[in-house]
Ligand binder design. Sequence first.
Ligand SMILES: Nc1ncnc2c1ncn2[C@@H]1O[C@H](COP(=O)(O)OP(=O)(O)O)[C@@H](O)[C@H]1O
Ligand SMILES: [Mg+2]
Length: 230
Amino acid sequence: MADSVDMIVLDSVSKIYNRGRLNEVTALHEVSLAVASGSMVCLRGASGSGKSTLLSIIGCVIPPSSGRAIIAGKPLSRLPDRFLTIHRRSHIGFIFQQFNVLPELTVLDNVTLPLLPLGVGPAERRRRGGELLAGLGIDHRASFPAGQISGGELQRVAIARALINDPPIILADEPTAHLDSKLSREFMATMAELKRGGKTIVIASHDSLVTDSPDLDRIINVKDGRIDVS
Ligand SMILES: Nc1ncnc2c1ncn2[C@@H]1O[C@H](COP(=O)(O)OP(=O)(O)O)[C@@H](O)[C@H]1O
Ligand SMILES: [Mg+2]
């Protein structure tokens, strides 16, 4: 895909949780944005501003309540849930703040977990997982239970898991919130490398170690469910 193509397009996207109930929340108000293929952007905003909701829509986890979302060339708004899931599995790699690893499973099993629903066999799972772990310098931890490795290693396990399907889009939700400054810098260096490899990256964060990164192409300010252009 050419660099000038938008990998992510949101057109007047709104998200209303609990619609029609007493606890109805409009988390996004007609948000429009485009992220160019191969770029790295940051969604910056206070807690509750709508960053995670935006990432969930971009990541094909939840559909918008209204508006259009076109992710990796596919219009999502009218897709039934199971197609949203299929599109997510092949196009999105998600890195969460808590890393969401399963502590009893080995590092290798955690990393290759997303390949199970795709029907990839055990030998191929081991091959791909081993290659990624080696690339991130943690192959010596492959057979360790994920609950017994360090924070820095966990962060790399989360990155490896997000990359296992070789998705074009990487999304990270406050990825440095539980990392010290050295590990946060390492994380951003890895993201910069992935960007150079052609990935499109969206990071939700208000951490200055993220927002000050020279590798970001753009900072998108989110405020009260709107893109703040002021
Ligand atoms: N699953 C949900 N159900 C109901 N309200 C939600 C849900 N997720 C988020 N919200 C609400 O939507 C708003 C935006 O939240 P969120 O997208 O998590 O913001 P951020 O990630 O910037 O902290 C907040 O008011 C939050 O309470
Ligand atoms: Mg959030």
